[in-house]
Design a binder for this molecule. Structure first.
Ligand SMILES: Cc1ncc(COP(=O)(O)O)c(C=O)c1O
Length: 379
């Protein structure tokens, strides 16, 4: 099987990640709920991962790094914990359902979307015009999980800070590919998965809350701290990290982060983008293929979506898997508005996302398969 769905979860985890998970499972102890020496050793290791992630984001306070079970969990802690009834939210059409579904259920919160330019890039110039007296939050997906297009997150937070807006970034597809520097970002929250380009295990994610923001806890429970009190601690990370921590996952994630730092996100992305550009160029020459990429590889992560004529993307993805043993992702990628913006609301798209170890030979096999599918009308 050629695996080309690293945007969903990366499947080429470094050996150090697997070893850390194995070690944590071989000597399991609870952290913060056990008085033995091993528990303290593990607590120190977890603190090390927190500090390493703070360093990755260029932020000062590691206690503001909250471990979550995925990006969706972090987005729920951030949005539900931040918004008050009637707070207005500005967001982009490229948000994931882990943002959209919360806001569509919270009818008390009015929302509006930033428009897009004709080439489907988000028009952040319009931000100021959309601000209402009750606007409280701007939500921005920094790299689309459908088109791979990235946004200039620094420029956005500088502008949001000037306008007095709090900003929530979804860095799920950006982290591990581009350098994320939040050192200057005020009134800022950032969420990402640990299991995509950070190469950590599934079941890991992170929420960063800048020190000038106080979230209300969405979930309450044991934290291993202030155990004789009936109220949820009001300090981070304990306030938002309830119950037994995913120690194997967090320690595995720590090794993924170390791997990414040692190999440099830009270099890891460069390899993936070379493969994407090669695929993009070849697909341009195939008659029945439509590619959803604006060709701006400087501002992209390693994702390419396409369709074959009017065939449903799920069907093409199934043929790629069953006949050619190539694993991609068809459908709507939990991003219904992105697909409406691209005009693919009835077809979805086949998404291809190579990993840091994917080879050009594997992409050539993909291209051969697509060529045969579109030429022989196998759909
Ligand atoms: C942009 C974006 N946000 C959020 C998510 C949700 O991530 P998770 O599965 O870690 O909750 C994804 C997953 O594909 C994503 O691509």
């Amino acid at each position: 099987m050629i695996y080309l769905d690293n945007a969903a979860t990366s499947n080429q985890k470094p050996y150090s990640v697997k070893k850390a998970v194995w070690n944590a499972l071989s000597h399991p102890v609870n952290v913060g709920r056990n008085s033995g020496r091993e528990s303290f050793l593990y607590a120190e290791k977890i603190l090390g991962v927190r500090e390493s992630i703070a360093q990755l984001l260029h932020i000062e306070y590691s206690e503001n790094i909250v471990f979550t079970s995925n990006a969706s969990h972090g987005l729920n802690l951030a949005i539900k914990g931040f918004l008050k009834p009637n707070d207005h939210v500005i967001l982009t059409l490229y948000e994931h359902n882990s943002v959209l579904r919360q806001l569509y259920q919270k009818e008390k919160n009015p929302i509006c979307f930033l428009p897009c330019y004709p080439d489907h890039r988000v028009n952040f110039e319009q931000m100021e015009q959309l601000i209402l007296p009750n606007t409280a939050l701007l939500v921005v997906n920094a790299a689309s999980n459908v088109t791979g297009a990235t946004v200039d997150y620094k420029k956005i937070y500088q502008k949001a800070n000037q306008l007095g807006l709090t900003v929530l970034f979804d860095f799920s597809q950006a982290i591990g590919n581009i350098d994320i520097d939040l050192s200057e970002c005020k009134r800022c929250m950032a969420v990402f998965s640990g299991h995509k380009s950070l190469l950590g295990p599934q079941g890991t994610g992170v929420l960063y809350v800048s020190p000038d923001i106080a979230l209300s806890p969405v979930l309450e429970g044991g934290t291993g701290s202030l155990s004789n009190e009936l109220f949820q601690p009001d300090f981070l990370p304990d306030q938002l990290e309830i119950g037994t921590l995913n120690v194997p996952g967090i320690l595995g994630l720590g090794k993924g982060v170390e791997f990414v730092k040692a190999n440099k996100p830009e270099a890891l992305l460069h390899h993936k983008l070379e493969l994407i550009q090669y695929t993009y160029d070849a697909l341009q020459n195939m008659k029945h293929i439509k590619v959803y990429h604006n060709g701006d590889f400087q501002n992209s992560v390693g994702i390419l979506s396409f369709n074959v004529s009017n065939a449903h993307s799920e069907l093409i993805a199934r043929i790629l898997s069953e006949k050619y043993h190539i694993s991609t992702r068809g459908g709507y990628h939990c991003a219904p508005f992105a697909h409406r913006e691209l005009g693919t609301e009835n077809q979805g798209a086949v998404r291809v996302s190579p990993g840091y170890k994917t080879t050009k030979k594997e992409m050539t096999k993909l291209l051969d398969a697509i060529y045969k599918i579109q030429k022989n009308s196998e759909y």
